[in-house]
Design a protein around this ligand. Structure first.
Ligand code: SAH
Length: 498
């Protein structure tokens, strides 16, 4: 170990900062966050200092520091732009016997600054002893994704209840087992979800049981999680965390291999897949299964494609749980329309094209498309049709029969956000045949509206090797600006709200 990590108590101590630039402001901010008062020695302070807010306890001293200034400080940060000024202040710190950090000069530092993951009171510091701050930041980014943002609340909760546990469970071994059980169980979920009163009630139940030597039986819970349209990178942190906690997972056809592989390895997997026409398990059976598994004390993950509350029947699946008082949480996912549109370079709204966007299902009821045509065929509106592939020809015909312009641009995005994504563009009149000729298998979403024209310009995802091609794309937008400066002025010419 090249350096010793320590956590410095700076509450109400003075910290000196040399310099008035951005780097100095960052150090001043950190020190104030740790409860210090900060003296900034600089002719002028840059704007960043204004943003430190009214709580920052800063004193601006518009001159160079002297030894007696530093004697009353706990630390000195040298962040002046002039290296000579930094070196001079550093020797003063030596004379005043206070540790000193010189920004970007590890060889001059008594201490270096780690990358910090702040989940106060949990604070993780990562040091590379000055060798590679970038590597430190990359490790930090990884840890940030692992620890829920509210993790500090868990530590604070434990801190508040430690004494109570100590008095009820005298045996050290039992105490350790009890805390392991709490930290891996539903109490943590409740604390993270901000359900403090329920967390305390559950905690007290568990503690009483442990104090009476009773075997604790874990309370089951259901996580209804949206897994997004396919690209595993589009999962939320929370989805990933709950996927790693589950004892059993119920998944269907929309969940790809890449995502399923992120579920805890030893979790039991149950396929409840639904092909458009064949419902492997009727909805009620899925709901009953969720309930039964949770009542057995399992952490049950119900993984759904896209967002569970957008054409996902997520609401129906959890109704039974709500009735039975079984705890559940719902995690949103990126819905197919949003994910596919982004990966196809088709903005769902755009100031020049559409001010509204509507999501509908192309599912038919007794062979009839059951939609409100008046609401659908509004000008300057994008329509995203889910589940429309099976009846694409009838569906697009119905649009035209109900008054849509046959030349309205339309796109189908097949396997959106996945490696085999394909985007076909045409018009509402031609798109069904294009899709049929291409032999698309789905899942496929249909997007209708003039925003589709932007695909040629904004398509970023399929340009790479090995991607499907947008073979049937409409001709390039003839109104497209020819140069960057023309594009810039076209953008700045637009007025009005975003
Ligand atoms: N809850 C899901 C939708 C379920 S309905 C969500 O929010 O996305 C299933 C329909 O979603 C499919 O028929 C298709 O229209 C659409 N869909 C889901 N994933 C898709 C993908 N990767 N590419 C294209 N369409 C997709």
């Amino acid at each position: 170990m090249d350096q010793l990590p320590i956590y410095f108590n700076l509450t109400d101590r003075w910290v000196a900062v040399l310099g008035g630039g951005v780097a100095a402001a960052r150090k001043a901010e950190l020190a104030t966050r740790a409860g210090a008062r900060v003296k900034v020695f600089a002719d002028r302070l840059c704007e960043e200092f204004d943003q430190l807010g009214p709580y920052a306890r800063l004193t601006h001293v518009p001159r160079e520091p002297r030894t007696e200034d530093l004697e009353e400080c706990a630390l000195l940060y040298c962040a002046a732009e002039d290296p000579a000024q930094n070196r001079k202040a550093r020797s003063l710190a030596r004379a005043a016997h206070i540790p000193c950090n010189v920004v970007d000069s590890p060889e001059l530092c008594d201490f270096t600054m780690p990358s910090i993951v702040d989940r106060s009171p949990v604070v993780i510091a990562i040091s590379t002893a000055g060798a590679s701050p970038i590597l430190g930041r990359m490790i930090k980014a990884r840890l940030e994704t692992l620890l829920p943002a509210a993790y500090g609340r868990v530590a604070a909760f434990v801190g508040r209840h430690r004494r109570k546990v100590g008095s009820k469970l005298e045996n050290l071994d039992r105490r350790r087992r009890f805390w392991e059980q709490v930290l891996e169980g539903p109490v943590v979920d409740l604390v993270l979800a901000g359900r403090q009163a329920e967390a305390i009630a559950e905690f007290d139940t568990q503690l009483d049981a442990a104090a009476h030597g009773a075997e604790y039986r874990q309370q089951g819970e259901v996580y209804l999680v949206g897994a997004g349209p396919g690209d595993p990178d589009l999962l939320t942190f929370k989805a990933l965390r709950l996927m790693q906690r589950a004892d059993v997972v119920l998944y269907d056809r929309l969940i790809g291999e890449g995502i399923l592989n992120l579920v805890r390895r030893d979790a039991e997997r149950i396929y409840v897949g639904k092909l458009p026409q064949e419902h492997t398990l009727p909805q009620l059976e899925i709901s009953r299964m969720l309930l039964r598994l949770a009542q057995e004390g399992k952490r049950v993950l119900r993984l759904k494609g896209g967002d569970p509350f957008v054409f996902g029947r997520g609401g129906e699946e959890i109704e039974l749980l709500a009735q039975a008082g079984v705890p559940f949480q719902v995690v949103p996912g990126i819905t197919a329309a949003a994910g596919c549109a982004a990966y196809a370079g088709i903005p769902l709204t755009h100031r020049d094209h559409a001010q509204a966007c509507i999501f509908v299902t192309g599912h038919t009821k007794n062979g009839q498309i059951d939609v409100d045509w008046k609401a659908l065929l509004q000008p300057r509106q994008t329509v995203a049709v889910y589940m429309g592939l099976a009846h694409l020809a009838e569906l697009t015909r119905a649009f035209i029969d109900n008054g849509a312009d046959p030349d309205l641009p339309a796109a189908v995005i097949d396997n959106g956000t996945r490696l085999n994504q394909r985007v076909l563009t045409g018009t509402i009149e031609t798109i069904a045949k294009l899709a049929a000729d291409a032999g698309l298998q789905g899942p496929t979403i249909l997007i209708i509206g003039s925003v589709v024209r932007l695909h040629d310009k904004l398509n970023w995802y399929e340009r790479g090797e090995g991607m499907g091609t947008a073979g049937a794309s409409a001709a390039a937008d003839p109104t497209a600006p020819r140069s960057l400066s023309a594009a810039e002025s076209a953008i700045s010419d637009r007025v009005g709200p975003p």
